[in-house]
Ligand binder design. Sequence first.
Ligand code: ADP
Ligand code: GLC
Length: 471
Amino acid sequence: MEIIHLSAECYPVAKAGGLGDVVGALPKYQCKAGHIAKVVMPMYRTKFLYDNEWTVDFKGNTNLGNWFFDYTVIKEKTNKLGFDLYLIDINGLLDRHKIYGYDDDSERFTAFQIAFVNWLTHWEHRPDIIHCHDYHTGLIPFMMQYCYDYNNLRQIPTVLTIHNAQYQGWMGWDKSKYIPRWDLWKRGMLDWNDTINPLASAIKCAAKVTTVSWSYMQELRHHSNGLEKLFEYEQGKCVGILNGIDNEVWDPETDRYIQHHYGVKNADKGKAQNKALLCERFGLDPEKPLFIFIGRMVGEKAADILPAAIRRAIDQTGGQASFLVLGSGETQVEWEFQQMVVPYAGVYQAVIGYDEALSHQMYAGADFLLMPSRVEPCGLNQMYSLRYGTVPIVRSTGGLQDTVVDMGDPDGFGIRFNHASVEDLVYSMNRAMELYRDKTHLQWMRKYMMEIDHSWEATVDEYIHVYKSLI
Ligand code: ADP
Ligand code: GLC
């Protein structure tokens, strides 16, 4: 089967979060399972672009409204990622340093999608499946169905995977001029509440819709940032498939970012050594339990309640725990995290920014991972932390609920709480500190967590099953 994945992110080419991890791994494991999976994404100016060799695969031209543009498709030469990787270059529009966050993101991603569909019309054969990820590629199912220029693509089934329904890519109707000549009777397939909504459009037009955990699939019918009725209506074609993790990249026995490798058998020693390094670097005491947070500092992740919760936990225990946070996001939240560095030196540090290497070192060296997320479609951090023997403390929502069992339940191996509040979080930290004192229980838990299999190998068939149902 030949599957083409379309995405704005793909690790290690360009990553802002879990979407990048998934699109960097799922195709690799689909190829390992004997299929042909390829990834097509925008060409940004990232390190990966300059560090690798490329061939020009296609040159074409098309238009975004009345702006005519040339585009070039380049292909990575050596199959370095385990699948064919294609980047689409549109001069001045896509070739920037960041993935998102520009005023013209609507134009950038719409032009990317148009260029892709235009290129696809020139292929000599037809792939079996077009698999779109999130709203940045959400107009493709519509364009393949209803744009006159792409009539010859109509028969190719499209699948949408929703990694996060909070972001939908809303555009005013004035931007409908960007979409190549389309059947105006199909306006309803683009529209949601009087705007062009690329995510809603993809839900309507794709043959199948998947999302990244079972619980999130259920939640979407009740909380999906305005799309609840649509999910209710389209539930027949929606399915939840829990994400996997790339066990080759996220393996404490081989991880290239960590200094002391360890496996299930020597987890306690290995973690202690990594913790010592981390604590030395950030001026923390390795004897105390180390709590970490890694992620986008936004409301969805409930990062805003963390500073108060950390302060309270430190104050209440007289500094009996250490905290290290890594992330970036809303200015106010970043500022709050930074403000605490000086007053809480010795028990708290914050790194504002993105640091792939440090994130691995933190999963390896920490005792507990904090994830109080208000919304968490799947969450990969908790799965990485399980594999690295770090106990996850999570709010019971979305994929967190599907992957963490509270230690109070039979065979439980994590800590769960219900409300994204300072009180619930501090209470959970206190439970964690008790666990930290009970070394036998903690050691058992580490080993148990590290043996849980969340690999893509175990999951990849579920996607193949979805594709097969469409062919
Ligand atoms: P989301 O995609 O919603 O941000 P996930 O839990 O699915 O959340 O994935 C987050 C991914 O991004 C993980 O690989 C995590 O380690 C990584 N990550 C998030 N923030 C940072 C950061 N500041 N530095 C390094 N890695 C980060
Ligand atoms: C999104 C979600 C996250 C999920 C990731 C990968 O960014 O917020 O929960 O793990 O996509 O699917």
